[in-house]
Design a protein around this ligand. Structure first.
Ligand SMILES: Cc1cc2nc3c(=O)[nH]c(=O)nc-3n(C[C@H](O)[C@H](O)[C@H](O)COP(=O)(O)OP(=O)(O)OC[C@H]3O[C@@H](n4cnc5c(N)ncnc54)[C@H](O)[C@@H]3O)c2cc1C
Length: 443
């Protein structure tokens, strides 16, 4: 491994920061993770990651990369109560008015709560002797060399509330994984750099989530059900098995359609979904938590790859680069693939690192961005540019879905793409197009 310096600092120890730190640990003598929160000992959601209360699906590609960085992690999580699920056979996928066919596929997902997954990754990361975690510590401002061309460290409030004060921490590299609310754009602007262009597609999604006790008679033979928002109502629902014999149930709507926060209203909202399975489970299952809301406004992408000037010794990562409508379950997996890309970029040294990393990351983000935004733009009231190509792709995917209700091969091919294992072009081959055509003609 190329040795690139003494010290790298990562701002934020959520999934993005943990994965970036894993990639950096092979190249720097020491990696410090600065995290504003005090991290829980148990698998509890925490303030800095409020999405941890809500359904989190780990896509198959994300699981694959996690096991690459932390060999045996999935098995370790299974040993502690997480579950495997065959993504075609044991999950019911509803969209465009139909369910995909079920059949054994070998495409395996990990069913686990977000806090438990983050805790498992963090524990494995901290087994590396050159990684340290500074929790309850806030990154405040970047520190630059006098010419303003290199970031030389960060000022931080260490161990907030425990007598610690503000200190400057020197670093060869600072990586911002502080999430969607990242201050990196503002930091750049204050130093006279151009801010990255921001691209957004407004969806105003409302989530409402609750945990329930899982019983064997619920969803027989299945470990999850995902009901995507689609015409005419655009309400969606997800029910995922988790550790400790629990279901996590998230219901939601688009553009201000919000599930009620009272028990009866929530159950009625579940009844209003196009198919009854989630309602059938929760109408008399034992709730384990209060209802928890979350509001997600817009898909948001920051185009750092377009900038001509960017300081040395600085990178931006994860949700700080791009945050997707969460209903597609992509954010953690994209952070995994960005960490792989970072690892490869670092192997080639630090020369021109930010340009190389941002360009590679932009290519990685392109496909999940198209999946998320392309899906959202099927909603007539979501504002955005609908090109002829996008209209065709959405029409074709709808036809594919229709055919895949009877054809497990098509269902598997579709889920490989949705799980970021294969590119969307794999659904456009003549063989697949023929299957789609036959599947629609025959019925
Ligand atoms: C409701 C919802 C549901 C989601 N569902 C899924 C899903 O099903 N599947 C999936 O893959 N992804 C999902 N995501 C996305 C996923 O949670 C993120 O992509 C993932 O956490 C990676 O984000 P991140 O680490 O870059 O940022 P974040 O998770 O936002 O973490 C940022 C971290 O930085 C810390 N921090 C912030 N500022 C500072 C500072 N100044 N100093 C020190 N620390 C700081 C915060 O405390 C936090 O720990 C969902 C997101 C939401 C909102």
């Amino acid at each position: 491994m190329a040795h690139l310096g003494k010290h790298a600092i990562v701002i934020g120890a959520s999934m993005g920061g943990l994965l970036a730190a894993r990639a950096l640990a092979d190249h720097y003598d020491e990696v410090s993770l600065l995290e504003r929160d005090t991290l829980p000992e148990t698998h509890e959601p925490r303030k800095g990651v409020p999405q941890g209360r809500h359904a989190h699906g780990l896509l198959a590609r994300g699981r694959e990369v996690l096991d690459q960085f932390f060999p045996g992690l999935s098995e370790e999580m299974i040993g502690q109560g997480a579950l495997y699920g065959d993504l075609v056979d044991e999950v019911r996928w509803f969209n465009h008015g139909v369910y995909l066919a079920n059949a054994p596929s070998g495409l395996r997902g990990l069913l686990i709560s977000r806090p438990m997954l983050e805790d498992g990754v963090r524990r494995r990361l901290l087994q590396l002797s050159n990684v340290r975690l500074l929790e309850h510590s806030d990154a405040l401002e970047p520190v630059f060399d006098p010419a303003g061309i290199r970031m030389t460290g960060i000022s931080a409030r260490l161990r907030r509330g425990e007598g610690g004060g503000t200190a400057t921490m020197d670093a060869d590299l600072v990586l911002d994984a502080s999430g969607r609310g990242s201050h990196s754009s503002a930091w750049l602007e204050a130093l006279g750099y151009t801010k990255p262009r921001e691209e957004g597609v407004q969806v105003n999604i409302a989530y409402m989530t609750r945990l329930y006790r899982r019983r064997p008679e619920h969803l027989p033979g299945k470990r999850a059900l995902v009901m995507a928002g689609c015409e005419p109502g655009w309400r969606f629902g997800v029910i995922l098995a988790q550790e400790d014999e629990r279901w996590i149930v998230t219901l939601g709507g688009y553009l201000g359609d919000r599930p009620p926060m009272d028990e009866a209203g929530y159950i009625e909202f579940a009844r209003s979904l196009p198919e009854p399975e989630i309602f059938e489970v929760i109408k008399d299952a034992e709730p384990l938590t209060p209802l928890a809301p979350y509001q997600f406004t817009a898909n948001l992408r920051r185009h750092y790859e377009e900038l001509n000037r960017f300081p040395d010794g600085f990178l931006v990562f994860g949700d700080a680069l791009c945050s997707f409508n969460p209903v597609y379950g992509q954010g953690m997996t994209v952070a995994c693939t960005e960490a792989l890309a970072l690892h490869e970029c670092l192997a080639a040294g630090v020369q021109d690192l930010s340009r190389r990393f941002f360009q590679t990351a932009a290519k990685l983000v392109d496909i999940p961005w198209q999946i998320a935004v392309g899906g959202d733009l099927q909603h007539r009231a979501v504002e955005g540019k609908r090109t002829t190509q996008l209209r065709f792709v959405n029409w074709y995917l709808m036809k594919l879905f229709q055919a895949a209700q009877y054809d497990a091969v098509l269902a598997t091919r579709f889920l490989e793409v949705a799980n970021l294992m294969k590119p969307p072009s794999s659904l456009m081959t003549p063989q697949i197009a023929l299957r789609v055509w036959k599947g629609n003609m025959g019925r």
